[in-house]
Design a protein around this ligand. Structure first.
Ligand SMILES: [Zn+2]
Length: 186
């Protein structure tokens, strides 16, 4: 776990400072998730750790939400030799478009890069249920949710860090005058 954190800091996945999150909250840590795939030699062993957790399980399909989750889904499906499907944003949630087909009762492993609020994963699970397939488990590379998230199915993360977020009024970083930055792409 410590080694992974060291790698994340070296390649710029973990940034420390004072960040304005998409939610409007402030945080001292930001995960620049797309930096994970900049160095495949660092990312691939993490994909293997995630995939190995589910080797031998009765999984039919690996599903991930756009954008980052689709890359993870493809990599995990490749290792597990399963089908890979992508859940895209639609009105009110996510769905499997473009002719992706789920059969009733098929076991679906849901994967994503970073777990923050869990909303993307929840939307993928809802889409799977609408197609009468079976959400089997959730696997993420980074779980940075402030509190543990319960999806009602097993959750595995390669790396977990409980990150505190602050409302602007109660932010200790604002109090000591550290300049607030808005990370790109959120
Ligand atoms: Zn602040």
């Amino acid at each position: 776990m410590k080694d992974i954190e060291k790698i994340f800091k070296e390649v710029g996945v973990i940034k420390e400072g004072h960040f304005l999150l998409h939610s409007g909250l402030h945080s001292g840590i930001y995960f620049e998730k797309f930096r994970l795939i900049e160095y495949p030699e660092c990312a691939v062993p993490l994909f293997e750790l995630l995939a190995n957790q589910f080797k031998g399980e009765p999984i039919d399909i690996v599903a991930g939400p756009t954008t980052g989750g689709s890359i993870i889904a493809f990599e995990i499906a490749k290792i597990l030799r399963k089908r890979c499907i992508i859940a895209e944003k639609v009105e009110g949630g996510r769905d499997f478009l473009r002719g992706f087909k789920l059969n009733a009762g098929e076991n679906i492993l849901v994967v994503d890069d970073v777990l923050t609020t869990g909303s993307s994963v929840r939307d993928v699970i809802s889409a799977i249920k609408r197609h009468k397939a079976n959400p089997y488990a959730v696997g993420v590379i980074i779980d940075r949710a402030t509190e543990p998230i319960d999806f009602g199915i097993p959750l595995y993360s390669v790396y977990r860090k409980r990150v505190k977020n602050y409302s602007p009024e109660h932010c200790p970083l604002c109090k000591i005058g550290i300049p607030l930055t808005k990370p790109g792409g959120i």
